[in-house]
Design a protein around this ligand. Structure first.
Ligand SMILES: Cc1cc2nc3c(=O)[nH]c(=O)nc-3n(C[C@H](O)[C@H](O)[C@H](O)COP(=O)(O)OP(=O)(O)OC[C@H]3O[C@@H](n4cnc5c(N)ncnc54)[C@H](O)[C@@H]3O)c2cc1C
Length: 329
């Protein structure tokens, strides 16, 4: 049986950030991931300046900086802040390599706790276990499901596709609350001639027909001359925005990132909270201290969100029926 003091399940931004920190303190750690990297991860790949700073990404060569344009109930506003975009297939692989952690391609099915250790699929053993496996993390399902039940009202449903496309206009566009949708759609340019297109929102009581919103987005891109006559094959993913986070450590098992459901409540940004929570878990192990996720960022970019919130308030004056139907804000 392979032993490591810390085993991290999942090599996304949460897992690799945790490993990076632990290895800086010479801890013995190992990552298990179901996929061989580089692997595709559905994600618009928008990152904040805070993430760039926390991950020390100033030298990362593949950040695309776009102008930032937001449409809110049909009102378009150019934001002063720039939008930073990366391709997840590249960044996640780069972060994992930079961390220097040993990675095993292994899909985890069964975890048991025995005599103060965790045994994973009868193959791996550790003292500390980090659940960084995203929404379907086996650490969450084995140890946290009862203590930390997920709130279905916080479930985000997203459809997305990243395409290679000849596109010069370096603008990140987001459209909020169109067609009575509790969420937004986006079109973001990436380095190397890629475009990321998607639609995501709160999946309240399965009332959302996400495919219909995707079709409307494709029509809009056509009308705006951004993407024409492209045969899309989008894929879907479910994850949770932040709710109560009282139980994020049980014994020496931790949950971080999407496994803990930490995406921001305003726009469902999950990379920053994944990194922050991973650093907190690493600190708790290194310094043998308490682990709490209460300090993890709850809302994304406060300046742009303040502007959008004001626009939203203004629009509800004219459309009072919308007041109770705000999903993300
Ligand atoms: C369409 C879409 C767009 C998004 N856009 C943005 C955005 O622009 N900006 C932003 O900040 N956030 C965005 N998010 C959210 C963001 O992608 C997630 O919050 C973030 O990836 C969470 O990171 P993580 O490391 O916790 O999990 P993940 O990145 O999901 O990594 C989990 C890893 O665990 C592995 N794994 C899972 N199960 C097992 C298992 N049983 N055994 C072994 N390994 C396993 C997976 O293979 C995966 O590599 C978006 C999400 C979606 C769906």
């Amino acid at each position: 049986m392979k032993y490591a003091e810390v085993i991290i399940i999942g090599g996304g931004p949460a897992g690799s950030s945790c490993a990076w920190k632990l290895l800086q303190h010479n801890m013995d750690c190992l990552i298990l991931d179901a996929h061989k990297f580089p692997r595709t991860k559905l994600c618009a790949g928008w990152i904040t300046p805070q993430v760039i700073e926390q991950l020390e990404l100033e030298e990362y060569p593949d950040i695309q900086i776009n102008a930032n344009e937001v449409t809110f109930f049909g009102i378009t506003k150019k934001l002063r802040s720039k939008s930073h975009a990366i391709r997840r297939v590249e960044l996640d692989h780069w972060l994992l390599k930079r961390s220097g952690v040993e990675v095993h391609e292994h899909k985890v099915y069964k975890i048991i706790e025995h005599n103060g250790f965790y045994i994973i699929d009868d193959k791996y053993k550790c003292k500390y276990l980090i659940g960084a496996g995203g929404t379907n993390c086996p650490v969450y399902h084995t140890f946290f499901k009862k203590a930390h039940p997920r709130n279905k009202d916080k479930l985000v449903c997203a459809l997305e596709q990243e395409i290679k496309y000849d596109y010069e206009d370096k603008v990140s566009r987001t459209w909020f609350y169109e067609n009575n949708f509790h969420g937004y759609s986006w079109c973001i340019a990436k380095k190397g001639g890629y475009l990321n297109i998607g639609v995501g929102g709160i999946f309240k009581k399965k009332k959302v027909n996400i495919k219909a919103h995707w079709t409307k987005l494709v029509e809009k891109l056509d009308q705006l001359d951004i993407v024409k006559n492209f045969e899309f094959k989008p894929k879907g993913y479910l994850y949770y925005i932040r709710d109560r986070i009282d139980h994020c450590r049980i014994g020496n098992a931790f949950i971080v990132g999407d496994a803990a459901g930490l995406a921001t409540i305003d726009i469902g940004e999950g990379i920053g909270p994944a990194v922050e929570s991973a650093f907190l878990a690493a600190d708790a192990i290194i310094n043998n201290t308490q682990f709490s996720l209460h300090t993890v960022t709850k809302r994304s970019n406060p300046v742009s969100m303040r502007i959008m919130h004001s626009l939203w308030k203004l629009s509800t004056v004219f459309r009072p029926e919308k007041i109770n139907s705000m999903g993300f804000l």
